[in-house]
Design a protein around this ligand. Structure first.
Ligand code: ARG
Length: 274
């Protein structure tokens, strides 16, 4: 029997651009809370329509980025490895994520104090290996520490473009051996690592990468993409996927899109450990 996918989201009641910690964010430009609310709701409805059980975290005033649940931490079975955010503004989210997971019976674990780690934003399983983006937010040491604990191979990928500051902005595992990516976000070594480990790759062009086309949510053989990524959608369709597009530009103003707004609780589609 097919398992029912479970995803954590947080309603955007207090979402906004209140500080600038990546090049997408601009306080002066801001964002519309009403449009954000409609877009978030559309993403949620799309996921529910695909058979996903969407669980909710209570939004908190003063934590505008709590909507980006992908950054809560990394899930492995019943273990929740809580993030250690690089920026103070986001570090204040962690107690809320930790209690949510503790109340639901997860074992909540923390990395050593000196290691920055931003959860599923920077650590993504594809097949048996953990692909790990580092330098801009997470540290390489944090990923190595996790790899040792979980006894999985860690493939560190240096992120070299400030616009693609989290791995999930430029790399999206679809299934073991299959992924979407934006090659220009990586150095030559990182590109080689991805090409050597993932035989079926779909590359985004610059325009669609900037439209957050790689920040997609995979549910079975369906991929939920930010609107406007028509080349990626047709490449995905020729690989046997169905695509759904959702307008999420209010969240791109903060440097996030579909994937950032979700955290898969039962393991990503491409993760072999599930
Ligand atoms: N404004 C947030 C930040 O800069 C956006 C986080 C997007 N999340 C993600 N998984 N890429 O931290």
């Amino acid at each position: 029997m097919q398992r029912q996918p479970r995803i954590l989201m947080c309603p955007p009641d207090y979402y906004g651009i209140e500080y600038e910690i990546n090049p997408w964010m601009n306080r002066a430009r801001g964002s519309s809370r009403e449009r954000a609310r409609q877009q978030w709701q559309q993403l949620r409805d799309t996921l529910v329509d695909l058979g996903v059980v969407v669980e909710l975290l209570q939004p908190q005033e003063g934590l505008p980025d709590l909507v980006f649940t992908a950054n809560a931490g990394l899930i492995h079975g019943n273990r929740f490895f809580s993030s250690h955010f690089r920026h103070e503004e986001r570090a204040r989210e962690s107690p809320h994520f930790d209690s949510w997971f503790a109340e639901r019976g997860f074992s909540v674990e923390h990395l050593p104090e000196e290691m920055y780690f931003e959860g599923a934003g920077d650590a993504l399983f594809c097949g048996p290996a953990l692909f790990a983006g580092y330098r801009i937010r997470s540290d390489i040491q944090g990923h190595q520490y996790l790899g040792g604990l979980l006894r999985v191979q860690v493939l560190p990928l240096e992120l070299i473009n400030a616009y693609f500051y989290h791995l999930d902005t430029c790399f999206c595992p679809l299934a073991p051996g299959e992924a979407l990516w934006y090659p220009e976000a990586f150095d030559a070594y990182g590109r080689r690592v991805i090409e050597n480990h993932i035989p079926r790759l779909i590359a985004a062009n610059e325009a669609e990468a900037r439209c957050f086309g790689c920040n997609a949510v995979v549910v079975g053989k369906t991929v939920v993409l930010n609107a406007g990524c028509t080349n990626l959608a047709s490449d995905l369709e020729s690989m046997g996927y169905t695509t759904r597009s959702v307008e999420l530009d209010e969240f791109i103003k903060s440097g996030g899109s579909a994937k950032c707004l979700t955290l898969r609780l039962d393991g990503e589609e491409a993760a072999q450990w599930t």
